[in-house]
Structures are given as structure tokens and as C-alpha cells.
Design a protein around this ligand. Structure first.
Ligand SMILES: [Zn+2]
Length: 286
């Protein structure tokens, strides 16, 4: 597993009648990819991070909120893979939990190749529908995040906003000519020990990845079903970050049962406080 750091949006921080002077806290988060060396299928990559040019692609206002604060050459996808002793050219398949820019920015590395990109049918449809109709634009999210009328008004009168603020999906990260492979239904055993489970909520087509390893047992990579550990342990919902709250609750129930059944260790989408407890490249689990 490898990572780069993102200083993301505040968690709730909502004022109340008795406490209007709340402290606006920020929290360091991580972007995670995982490399799987499978005995028969070869190298499989799970998600790709935001990509080297994430700040430029997401645009200035959004990058001020979801700011990338720690990025070196080491975090670049091909350098991170090289740390494991492998080469990005030897990747045989990519599995995407979902296609938001902070997970899919590195897909550009696979343009011009025939590497299959596995993603749930509903995620693929939703991502391209969203791009075509501009129905989930970053501008709308920014308006929700700006805390005062004055800030919102200032953004509304800024012509630049349309030019510099992108949506949660970005066309540059989702080229049509990738070898897209859609997964249908609720569960797919992609290869021995590699299972995908459809977990809608954060997005309509999000999938979690279940890995069954010989020595370290079961693992579940949750993508953004859970951004941080509190989403899971305290059943803390995602607010405006979930596109369908009821679906999120149903997926949460499915994952709790899966973890109870398998004893799986969980790797949350962006949780730095739990991520640091796991081995990171070049170390690995078997
Ligand atoms: Zn994310």
C-alpha cells in the first residue's frame, strides 16, 4: 500500500444555537492504492490515487478545500509501484472501487494499453452520465462548503469559477479509450481470493474489494464507503459526501456482516490514523 497526504474538508463542524463559535477543524487524510501479486493472474492494482497533476486538474478553489499538502516523486504511481520491485508496465489489471478523481487520477497511466479496468457497471454509467450532464459539479459542492453568504456571493460573481472548478468526476481521468470492463450484479469473484462487492451509497456503483490472503487472512479495502474509521466504527454517515444515504446504510450492514464472518481487516478510503498501523511499500502482506 502506498499513499499521499491530503488535507481534506472539515468533518461536520456545524454550529448550534448554544454554540455558534465552533472551531473549524481540518484533518489530514491519505489517498491509497494497493498492489496485489496474484499467483495466476499476475499484478493487479486497486485504485490509482489522484494522479501527479491532481491540484491543476481539480482546480484552484477545490484544491484549497481538498488540498494536497504532501506529494513527492515517491507518491507518483509508477514510482510507488517501483518501490515494490515491480514496474507499472507489468500491471495486468486495475480494479476501481469508484471513479472520483482522487481515486481515478492515475488511470491516465493506462491509456494506450489494453490493461482491463474493472469497475461496476453502475459506476461507469454514473460517471459518464455525470460528465455529460454536469449534474455533480464541483461548483455545487463548493457552494455547500463555503460557510458564509459573503463567501458564496464572492464565488458566484467570479467568472473564473467555471474554468477552475471541476466536478467529482473528471474527463481527463476517464478517457473513453481505456479497456473498461464492467462488473454486473452484487458480487464478483474476479480471481481466486479476489472478490468485489457492490456497495452503493457514496456513489451508485462503488465496490469494496475483499482479499483473502494465505497468512494474514481476509482484508477489505472499502474505497470511500468509509472515508475514515468513525464512518465504520460509529456508524457515522457521510452527510453530503454520500449520494444516497439509504443505500449507504444498507451497504454498511452488508460490510459489518462480511467482517463478522471473515474477521477481515479494514482499509478505509482516506483514514490516515488507521492507515499508519499497516505495512506500506516496499513491505507487504502474504
Ligand atoms: Zn475519495
Amino acid at each position: 500500500m502506498f499513499t499521499d497526504l491530503l488535507n481534506q474538508a472539515p468533518q461536520a463542524n456545524t454550529s448550534s444555537l448554544s454554540n455558534t463559535l465552533i472551531e473549524h477543524k481540518r484533518r489530514d487524510l491519505v489517498l491509497i492504492s494497493a498492489l496485489i501479486e496474484h499467483p495466476t493472474e499476475g499484478l493487479i492494482l486497486f485504485e490509482t490515487g489522484g494522479g501527479r497533476d491532481y491540484p491543476e486538474v481539480i482546480g484552484t478553489p477545490a484544491n484549497d478545500i481538498f488540498a494536497r499538502i504532501d506529494y513527492t516523486d515517491d507518491h507518483d504511481l509508477n514510482h510507488a509501484i517501483a518501490k515494490t520491485g515491480h514496474n507499472i508496465c507489468d500491471i495486468k489489471a486495475v480494479i476501481m472501487g469508484h471513479l472520483h478523481l482522487d481515486h481515478a487520477g492515475g488511470l491516465k497511466h493506462f491509456q494506450g494499453t489494453n490493461v482491463p479496468i474493472y469497475v461496476h457497471e453502475l459506476e461507469l454509467k454514473h460517471a459518464f452520465y455525470t460528465l455529460a450532464t454536469k449534474s455533480d459539479e464541483g461548483k455545487i459542492l463548493l457552494m455547500a462548503l463555503l460557510s458564509t453568504e459573503r463567501e458564496r456571493h464572492a464565488f458566484m460573481i467570479t467568472d473564473q469559477i467555471d474554468l477552475c472548478c471541476k466536478g467529482v468526476y473528471d474527463s481527463s481521468a476517464l478517457p473513453l479509450d481505456l479497456n473498461w470492463q464492467a462488473f454486473h450484479g452484487s458480487t464478483l469473484e474476479l480471481a481466486s481470493g479476489i472478490n468485489l462487492h457492490h456497495s452503493p451509497g457514496h456513489t451508485p456503483g462503488l465496490c469494496i474489494l475483499q482479499l483473502n490472503l494465505q497468512n494474514s487472512g481476509a482484508w477489505v479495502f472499502t474505497s470511500d464507503q468509509y472515508h475514515v474509521e468513525e464512518n465504520y466504527h460509529a456508524s457515522h454517515p457521510q452527510g453530503w459526501l454520500a449520494r444516497d444515504h439509504d443505500d449507504w446504510v444498507r451497504s454498511h450492514q452488508m460490510i459489518k456482516a462480511l467482517v463478522k464472518r471473515t474477521g477481515a481487516k479494514l482499509v478505509f478510503g482516506h483514514c490516515s490514523s488507521t492507515f499508519v498501523n499497516y505495512e506500506q511499500a516496499p513491505r507487504y502482506y502474504q
